[in-house]
Design a protein around this ligand. Structure first.
Ligand SMILES: C[S@@+](CC[C@H](N)C(=O)[O-])C[C@H]1O[C@@H](n2cnc3c(N)ncnc32)[C@H](O)[C@@H]1O
Length: 306
């Protein structure tokens, strides 16, 4: 199996640089520049550098309906077996990578790739020595380092929402999957909010609309994956089987604004706001307390036929 990724990101940056970068991006988005394409990629890079374990620490700890867990439930759905080779796309701090490694065991191997060197460092630090895991820095839209028909499973936990055009990525996923191999992914599915949660999120997004209007462009304005026609077409054109969907909810129990901020403060929603915007968001959240938000997450599963 290849271990070096092509198209790696530039070398690690001094600690202040992602904060300066984020301030610049926030100013552009506040002025209305759509948060898509390279601007969105820069934003995700900067936030990942500052808070590389945000998803694992704030979402993967939330209780899910019927015992669902963000990583373990997704990996269980992939039907992996001991000895399998698995690729984790956009591995972040490695939560899903390690969940997959527990299933494939020492005869197997899980490769986690992420564009952010800070995420790779965090994932490495959180992974026990000797685990069947390799972390590599690289871009998930360029999988040329991996051979055809290599993996029994490809995992994409909370990362497809970062990809504007799924078509080239899914074509590559098809190529690196073995026939019969599975892709499992989790995405946000905000079009499945309960009415009272839609009203809650509406007040949150009103702050974003006022303070960072460019953030309401791109994926934020589309149907959740895979329902937008171009996304559905991307799965089909890649040659992947019909996508199965499992809608689950993670419960965010918020007694007070500090509890709310421990989750919201680490989301992209808060991070696209400058300090004043974040203060306004805290005030809006405070007015809605207490509230239990059922955060809708969709698991997707498909496979390379054969
Ligand atoms: C929301 S986080 C999810 C992290 C992890 N999969 C999890 O569920 O905890 C998305 C991750 O995808 C990474 N990412 C986004 N676009 C990427 C790309 N084009 N190539 C590689 N990694 C990417 C980010 O750096 C970030 O770590």
């Amino acid at each position: 199996m290849a271990t070096e990724m092509e198209g790696s990101a530039p070398a690690a940056t001094p600690a202040q640089q992602p904060h300066d970068e984020l301030a610049e991006i926030r100013a552009e988005v506040a002025a209305g520049r759509p948060l898509v394409g390279s601007l969105a990629a820069r934003f995700h890079r900067a936030v990942g550098a500052i808070d590389p374990a945000a998803t694992e620490d704030s979402l993967a700890v939330l209780p899910g309906n019927r015992g669902v867990h963000l990583y373990d439930s997704l990996i269980a759905w992939a039907s992996l077996v001991a000895g399998d080779q698995v690729l984790d796309l956009g591995c972040g701090s490695g939560g899903a990578t390690r969940a997959a490694a527990r299933v494939v065991g020492e005869e197997g191997m899980v490769v986690g790739i992420d564009v952010s060197p800070e995420c790779i460092a965090e994932a490495t630090a959180r992974t026990p020595a000797g685990a069947p895991v390799l972390y590599r820095r690289g871009d998930i839209t360029r999988l040329g380092a991996f051979g055809d028909r290599t993996f029994a499973g490809v995992v994409a936990s909370m990362v497809l929402d970062h990809v504007d055009d799924l078509a080239p990525l899914l074509a590559e996923v098809f190529r690196v999957l073995r026939p019969g191999g599975r892709l499992v992914a989790s995405v946000m599915s905000f079009d499945h909010l309960r009415p009272m949660d839609a009203s809650f999120m509406g007040s949150v997004l009103a702050v974003v609309g006022r303070r960072a209007p460019g953030a309401l462009a791109g994926r934020a304005s589309r149907a959740s994956i895979p329902h937008e026609p171009r996304d559905l077409r991307a799965f089909k054109d890649a040659g992947l089987a019909t996508v199965e969907e499992l809608d689950v909810q993670l419960a965010v129990l918020m007694e007070d604004v500090d509890q709310a901020w421990s989750v919201f403060g680490r989301t992209y929603i808060a991070q696209i706001l400058d300090a004043e915007g974040q203060e306004e968001l805290r005030r809006v959240l405070a007015r809605r307390m207490p509230h239990t938000l059922y955060l809708p997450v969709r698991f997707l599963r498909t496979r390379r036929p054969g």
